[in-house]
Structure formats: structure tokens, C-alpha cells
Design a protein around this ligand. Structure first.
Ligand code: HEM
Length: 329
């Protein structure tokens, strides 16, 4: 598992891979408790983190997914915790996140063009393309339906943080899904709390981008506010495509919710209120810090996933009701 340590030298790529290896070694001690790792190892990790300030001192989404999979692309090596066939499933779980993210990132950046330069692009084409990218993203993610809950459970505990420690490596810290949401609609208060707490767990490149898109979105630089303010004019076909895009985004979140319910039934002791219709009808968002069933990310699994669907269904309702409202109102 461990490659030769480049603890000397200033090559940032080698430093990232070394940090990944050190944190994989540390993760190997996780089942024995947070204090089981040898002091020399934790000191090495602290020294590397102090030396390369941009390195996460814990096994973050960026290290586990992005750095690990970039290394796999570069030389065919990937770090996994599990041996044998389970290791192949674990590898594919990491690669699945890495290879699918560009689809949703492309949708997010397409919308960004629609917001910043609405006259330079064709809205129907941009919205169509974004919906197609989100559907591709969903079909990659949906292939994890085939992963058994038993297999997932065997490597998942290596990704979990421990009480009082940093949050674990979770899809909740994949930035492009959040960029797409910020490009579509303004952040709600509850979503803002999630972003505040998630910010330092997103990959380094994305932190200033998420912060900038969030503040722009709050100030009206999002697709929905642009339509309402008349900066972005959508004809009937354009409004239809906007609803279609929202539907594809809801599909992603509902399929993902279905997979998560099957894999982590303990996080959903109350089986009611989880259909699209019920989530749409729920009275607002719930507190994501409800600590009864925290997931890898440390947020309440049920609430973070259902809130995310709820916000999109609220947007869908607003878009449809404004399309059916008489003009000049
Ligand atoms: C075995 C399959 C999977 C399970 C059981 C699972 C589980 C979870 C859980 C429990 C959360 C809530 C946060 C947390 O507690 O960690 C979450 C969030 C998330 N996951 Fe997954 N996940 C799976 C696969 C994937 C894949 C393959 C992707 C993307 C390609 C993905 C993307 C996301 C995103 C974007 C979020 C944040 C919520 C949102 O914005 O919709 N997940 N996941």
C-alpha cells in the first residue's frame, strides 16, 4: 500500500500522495480507536501538514477521491483499505465519484454562462445540455445500486471521522453538486449552515469557488433570480427546459436517497416521509445537525438528503406557478 515516502523535496504532487499514504496508514488503526496509532505516525502527518499548508491533515474527500484517482490515472496505483475482491469494489467506489463529477461540473459551469452572459448563449441549448449532463451523472451514480450494503459497510468505517475529530470523507463534500445548486437558486438559511460547516472539507480548489458562487447566488446571480429580474428571458420552451433540468437534479437526489436508504437502513428508522411527494409537502427544511444518525460527513443523513430534494421541489413549484401566472403581475 505505501509507496516510498517523499518526505524530503518540495514536489507538491509527491507531497499530496505521501499525505494520502500516511493517512491510509493512520486509517488502518481506526478500528482500534482514535488513540491506537503510533505517535511517530501522527507526528509525521503533523509535520507534513505544517510544511505543506494546503494539505489536509485528515483523510479528506480530496485526498481519498481526487488525489487517489489522479494517481491511479497517472500510474495505475490506487490506495484501498480492503483486500482482494472487496478492494476492487472499494476502488470502483472511489473511481465512480471521481469520474462522474465532471458531468455535474459541466452542468454547473453551463448555467454560470447563462447567468453571467445571458445574451451570449442560447438558453434552451444550455438548459438542455445541463439536463443531459445531470442525467449522465445520475446514471454513473446509480450503478452503485449493485454494490451490496454488506460490502459498502466493510470499507465505509474507514471513511468515518470519530466523535470530536474532523468530519469524514463523504459525497457531501463533492463540490460540483453544490455549485449546480448555487447556480440554480439562492441558498436557504439551513443550506447556508451546511455550507459553513462543509467549507473546509471541500477540495482545496473549490473552496474559493463555492464561497464566490454562494455569495453571488445570495445577491441574485442565479438562474431563477435572473429569470425573475428579467435579466434572463425564457420563452415557453426555455421555461420547460428549466423544469426539465430541475427534474433531472431531483432524479439524482431521489435515486441517491433510495440507494442510501438501502445501504444504511439504520439512518432511516422512520420509513415515512421519504417519497418525492412527501418530501415536497414537508414543512420546510430540517436541522442538519440533528446528531441521532450522523453520516460520514457528520450531518444527519436523512435531513441532509431530504432537505436537498425539498429545496429543488420548492424551486420547481415556484417556476411552475410563475409560468402559469398572468403576465404583467
Ligand atoms: C453506495 C453508494 C452510496 C451511499 C450509501 C452514499 C451515502 C451518502 C450519505 C449517507 C450521504 C449524506 C452525507 C453523509 O452522511 O455522508 C451522501 C451524500 C452525498 N453523496 Fe452519496 N452515497 C453513495 C454513492 C454516491 C455516489 C456514487 C455519488 C456521486 C457520484 C454520491 C454523491 C453524493 C452527494 C453529492 C452527496 C451530498 C448530498 C447532495 O447534495 O445531494 N454518493 N451520500
Amino acid at each position: 500500500m505505501v509507496k516510498a515516502f517523499g518526505l524530503v523535496g518540495d514536489d507538491p504532487r509527491a507531497a499530496r500522495v505521501t499525505q494520502l499514504d500516511l493517512l491510509f496508514m493512520l486509517g488502518g488503526f481506526a478500528p482500534a480507536g482514535p488513540l491506537a496509532a503510533p505517535r511517530e505516525l501522527t507526528e509525521l502527518i503533523s509535520a507534513q501538514s505544517a510544511r505543506f499548508r494546503s494539505l489536509d491533515p485528515h483523510l479528506s474527500y480530496e485526498l481519498l477521491i481526487d488525489v487517489n484517482c489522479e494517481e491511479y490515472r497517472r500510474c495505475g496505483d490506487i490506495r484501498v483499505f480492503s483486500p482482494g475482491q472487496l478492494g476492487t469494489l472499494e476502488r470502483d467506489f472511489y473511481l465512480g465519484h471521481y469520474l462522474s463529477e465532471p458531468w455535474i461540473r459541466s452542468a454547473a459551469y453551463g448555467l454560470r454562462a447563462l447567468i453571467t452572459a445571458p445574451d451570449a448563449v442560447k438558453p434552451v441549448a444550455v438548459l438542455d445540455d445541463a439536463a443531459r449532463c445531470v442525467a449522465e451523472f445520475t446514471s454513473h451514480m446509480a450503478s452503485y445500486r449493485r454494490l451490496s450494503g454488506e460490502a459498502f459497510g466493510r470499507f465505509r468505517h474507514f471513511h468515518m471521522g470519530h466523535p470530536g475529530g474532523p468530519r469524514g470523507a463523504s459525497g457531501a463534500f463533492m463540490p460540483s453538486v453544490q455549485l449546480l445548486e448555487l447556480a440554480l437558486l439562492p441558498p436557504t438559511t439551513e443550506y447556508g449552515s451546511y455550507l459553513d460547516l462543509a467549507m473546509s472539507y471541500f477540495p482545496t480548489w473549490s473552496r474559493p469557488v463555492v464561497a464566490q458562487w454562494r455569495s453571488a447566488s445570495s445577491l441574485g446571480m442565479n438562474v431563477w433570480q435572473s429569470v425573475r429580474d428579467g435579466r434572463l428571458v425564457l420563452d415557453g420552451a426555455g421555461a420547460e427546459r428549466l423544469v426539465q433540468l430541475i427534474d433531472r437534479f431531483v432524479d439524482f437526489r431521489m435515486v441517491h436517497l433510495g440507494i442510501t436508504r438501502r445501504m444504511l437502513p439504520e439512518a432511516f428508522p422512520d420509513r415515512t416521509g421519504l417519497t418525492r411527494r412527501e418530501i415536497g409537502a414537508q414543512a420546510g427544511e430540517r436541522g442538519v445537525l440533528n446528531a441521532e444518525h450522523p453520516g460520514t460527513s457528520g450531518f444527519s443523513v436523512r435531513d441532509v438528503l431530504t432537505n436537498a430534494v425539498h429545496r429543488l421541489l420548492e424551486l420547481r413549484r415556484e417556476v411552475l406557478s410563475s409560468a402559469s401566472a398572468p403576465a404583467n403581475q
